[in-house]
Design a protein around this ligand. Structure first.
Ligand code: SAM
Length: 198
């Protein structure tokens, strides 16, 4: 079946207009370069939203490859499925509905890339699952780790302080983990890219 990637322009515009936090262009470009180099067979995504990033990533899958993507909000799942159908990528993307923390423990496959892009307060927990599910030599990528610059700033409003502290602890854990080769990249809303070396 022919894939209609032209629809991505419309899906991206819908996301931006409706303030759905889909991938920023520079972040997408950065991740796309990694995916283009490794041509992954299996990608796991935490946080589907309307399927925009999964659809963008699906261009780089190896022959017969697949993306599993997890989303908690049923409206978003519906929109993602519609978009996946519009593009014709149903056999490349599997949307799993529910809280990732309930679903991740049941996943048993190994993934070449795990992409974390969901509730910031749960990044540490998502990452622990990602460590188990990512194969050796694979990548774990987490988006929004600098949270609009707040993680690197001294002043944070009370409302955001818990999330900011959690993200700081998350970044420290990622950068200190000896089984990973990690980088914190100041692009978009901040990205950690970790290669699992052990
Ligand atoms: N990756 C998407 C993209 O770039 O097109 C954007 C994902 S958006 C930043 C985060 C999504 O994660 C939201 O749609 C939200 O409903 C979902 N989410 C938040 N917490 C979640 C959880 N615990 N399990 C699964 N999905 C979650």
């Amino acid at each position: 079946m022919m894939l209609n990637y032209d629809c991505l322009t419309e899906i991206r515009a819908f996301g931006r207009e409706n303030k759905i936090p889909i991938l920023l262009d520079d972040t997408l470009e950065y991740i796309s370069n990694i995916l283009n180099d490794i041509k992954p067979y299996r990608i796991l995504e935490v946080g589907t939203a309307i399927g925009y990033s999964a659809l963008c990533f699906s261009k780089y899958l190896a022959e017969g490859g697949r993306i599993d993507t997890i989303e908690i909000e049923s409206l978003r799942v519906e929109q993602a499925l519609e978009n996946i159908e519009k593009v014709g990528a149903m056999d490349k993307i599997r949307v799993l509905e529910g809280d990732a923390l309930d679903i991740l423990p049941y996943l048993t496959e190994e993934y070449d890339v795990v992409f974390i892009d969901a509730a910031k307060g749960k990044y540490l927990e998502f990452f622990n699952h990602a460590l188990r599910l990512c194969k050796k030599g694979g990548y774990i990528i987490a988006d929004n780790v600098l949270y609009k610059g707040m993680v690197q700033s001294d002043y944070n409003k009370h409302k955001q302080r818990t999330a900011v502290n959690k993200l700081r602890a998350f970044i420290d854990m990622v950068l200190e983990n000896k089984d990973l080769q990690s980088e914190l990249i100041d692009i978009g809303d901040g990205l950690t890219v970790s290669k699992k070396i052990n």
